[in-house]
Ligand binder design. Structure first.
Ligand code: ADP
Ligand code: MG
Length: 259
């Protein structure tokens, strides 16, 4: 089984069922959007998959192996990368040094971190930076970057471990619409080219319906629907619970053609 499998996962906080009987899969190279109102359980689902939180019950499997009980570091090493909701880069370091630091960690080169980082795997680090479109900013300190570029650095850091799966919790939060589209176009291209299965949350319905291959809809801890953008658009329960009377428009082409 080459899919990332989430099977009947439960996670409660006191009396709140944050994740309730959630089951889905992500295939290699597939972009899956996890959507739902605030408090639906999206972040908790991510944190259970990446090992930050233990599930109360249920299983998460990767290539036939259960990830339950593994540390976040072990899960990262088995190919599940993540970007963070808030800027997680070292502001005082350059873009290049940030990527080199992650490469050292990946390679288990923890000794003498600060003095050795400048020379470490520069070619590989620069290639990663180029992939996210920041070649010209490699030597700038991260605190001098525009917010949208910091998000690109975060993507480069996530890609540095050569993940086969990528969890992105609100990757475009705080970005202007054009920047959001650009980051998701890049993510989409990388996922397809490198066959990375991407699970992402996102508030902008333009992004969700424009980029996701499949959409999972959560409400109050439960997965109330899953399907292609077209299936989700016409799902009446989703309409009622989530979108109200505002119908999303499927695909950017459809968006441009809308009256
Ligand atoms: P979403 O990401 O969809 O907004 P969350 O997964 O953050 O939703 O939250 C789901 C529910 O679990 C909410 O009711 C939230 O208040 C609760 N919750 C999340 N994390 C914790 C926590 N660490 N302790 C207690 N309750 C939590
Ligand atoms: Mg959240």
């Amino acid at each position: 089984m080459t899919h990332l499998v989430v099977h009947q996962v439960h996670k409660s906080f006191g009396g709140v069922k944050a994740v309730d009987e959630v089951t889905f899969v992500v295939a290699p190279g597939e972009l899956v959007a996890l959507i739902g109102p605030n408090g639906a359980g999206k972040s908790t689902t991510f944190n259970v998959i990446n090992g930050q939180l233990p599930p109360d019950s249920g299983d998460i499997r990767l290539e036939g192996r259960s990830l339950v009980g593994c540390t976040p570091q072990q899960i990262w090493r088995s190919g599940v990368g993540r970007t963070f909701q808030t800027a997680a880069v070292f502001g005082s370091m350059s873009v290049l040094e940030n990527v080199q630091t992650v490469l050292m960690s990946r390679d288990r080169r923890f000794f003498d971190l600060w003095s050795k980082v400048t020379g470490y795997k520069r070619v590989e680090a620069l290639a990663l930076i180029e992939q996210v479109g920041l070649a010209e900013m490699a030597h700038q300190s991260c605190q001098a970057l525009a917010y949208a570029d910091v998000k690109r650095v975060e993507l480069a850091l996530a890609l540095a471990s050569a993940p086969r799966w990528l969890l992105m919790d609100e990757p475009t939060a705080g970005m202007a619409p054009a920047e959001r589209q650009a980051l998701m176009t890049l993510t989409h291209a990388l996922a397809k080219r490198q066959r990375i299965g991407v699970l992402f949350t996102e508030h902008s319905m333009d992004v969700v319906f424009g980029y996701a291959d499949r959409i999972l809809v959560m409400a109050q801890g439960r997965l109330i629907a899953q399907g292609t953008p077209a299936e989700i658009q016409s799902n009446e329960q989703v309409q009622a619970v989530y979108f109200g009377r505002q119908r999303p428009v499927v695909g950017t082409a459809a968006l441009k053609g809308a009256p």
